[in-house]
Design a protein around this ligand. Structure first.
Ligand code: NDP
Ligand code: 7N6
Length: 313
């Protein structure tokens, strides 16, 4: 039996659902939010699978055996409940090394070359060259990349290519290409305390929630910059605001926040040493094509009775 796939409208957050439907037109695939109700065309039987950005409680009511999350981060999905119901969850890790890697380096280059400041000055037609000791080069500077999977490697590879000294943190302390020293989470404070940049690229889990709190921010250099392209919850955001205000760190490039969209009254919007991006680090025009390839491969595996790639539970 061919796999009947529903594309949930939440994928709109990244690309039009119809775009993915047309890329997968050789499959039995429909854009539908009523996964429990079956196909809009009234055919008997429910969907087997749903491709979604977010989680809906209705997914557990439907007779699905597979959910594909179009994000790498699956922290919003109830893993225990899915496991109990025998619903498999796959994610989209592996797709974002280039996009997020380039965004993270973009943040770093902006701070080193002061581009963020000139862009703000441009709004006032203000000609403000840097002071003699303000600008620096990434070449010769150091970065600590916390999380060394797809994103972390995307950052490490680029930082290494620009002549930076790259250290990293992960639970498995095996050598990683482009990373001179790999630390474990219990060594986090030591790992970040010498770095000019700290880049967060870990999933949000019980272990990583609030990983970067007041003590870690305090341990960072006063001329250090934080880059968060992981999840807002990995950082204690009030402690970050305080560290930025008090000059405990020099600045931050933030793609992700405790609450998204970032509320209008957040002090982060108006800080001269902060660059805010709207959870856009992974955005790229070929995102839907990459998701289509992943879904196609897993439909093939499902129908062959093989284990799915990018399986979470
Ligand atoms: P991966 O699974 O490829 O990599 C995760 C890395 O984190 C691994 O190196 C893992 O290594 C490490 N890790 C896990 N737990 C810990 C821990 N407690 N302490 C230190 N390291 C840890 O995931 P991706 O790189 O694809 O994505 C990472 C996260 O980034 C996603 O979960 C998502 O939340 C976020 N993301 C954000 C995007 C954006 O648009 N801003 C885009 C894509 C992802 P080990 O197992 O050895 O610890
Ligand atoms: C979509 C970003 C992820 O976890 O947060 C990201 O993959 C999704 C552009």
């Amino acid at each position: 039996m061919p796999t009947r796939v529903a594309i949930h409208s939440s994928v709109e957050r990244i690309f039009p659902p119809e775009k993915l439907q047309s890329l997968l037109s050789e499959l039995d695939v429909e854009v539908s939010d009523d996964v429990a109700e079956g196909t809009a065309s009234g055919d008997a039987g429910d969907f087997d699978a749903v491709v979604s950005f977010g989680y809906e409680p209705g997914f557990l009511e439907a007779d699905l055996d597979w959910i594909h999350c179009v994000r790498a981060g699956y922290d919003e999905f109830p893993l225990d409940a899915l496991r109990e119901r025998g619903v498999r969850l796959t994610n989209s890790t592996g797709l974002h090394g280039d996009s997020v890697g380039e965004t993270a380096l973009g943040f770093m280059l902006q701070f080193a070359r002061r581009l963020h400041r000139y862009r703000s000055d441009q709004a006032d037609k203000a000609w403000n060259p840097p002071t003699w000791d303000e600008a620096f080069t990434l070449n010769g500077e150091s970065v600590c990349v916390v999380g060394l999977g797809t994103l972390g490697l995307g950052v490490a590879r680029r930082a290494d290519a620009l002549g930076m000294d790259v250290a990293g943190v992960r639970r498995t302390p095996t050598p990683v290409e482009h990373v001179s020293e790999v630390y474990t989470p219990d060594e986090l404070v030591g790992a970040i305390s010498d770095a000019r940049f700290v880049a967060l690229t870990v999933p949000l889990t019980d272990e990583t929630e609030g990983l970067l709190g007041a003590a870690e921010l305090d341990a960072m250099r006063e001329d250090a910059y934080l880059v968060n392209v992981a999840r807002g919850g990995v950082v204690d955001q009030p402690a970050l605001v305080e560290a930025l205000r008090s000059g405990d760190i020099a600045g931050a490039g933030l793609d992700v926040f405790a609450e998204e969209p970032l509320p209008k009254d957040s002090p982060l919007w108006e800080m001269e040493n902060v660059v805010v991006t709207p959870h856009a680090a992974a955005a790229t025009v070929d995102y839907a094509d990459r998701i289509a390839a992943l879904v196609r491969e897993n439909v093939r595996r499902r129908e062959a009775g093989d284990s799915l790639t990018n399986l979470v539970v």
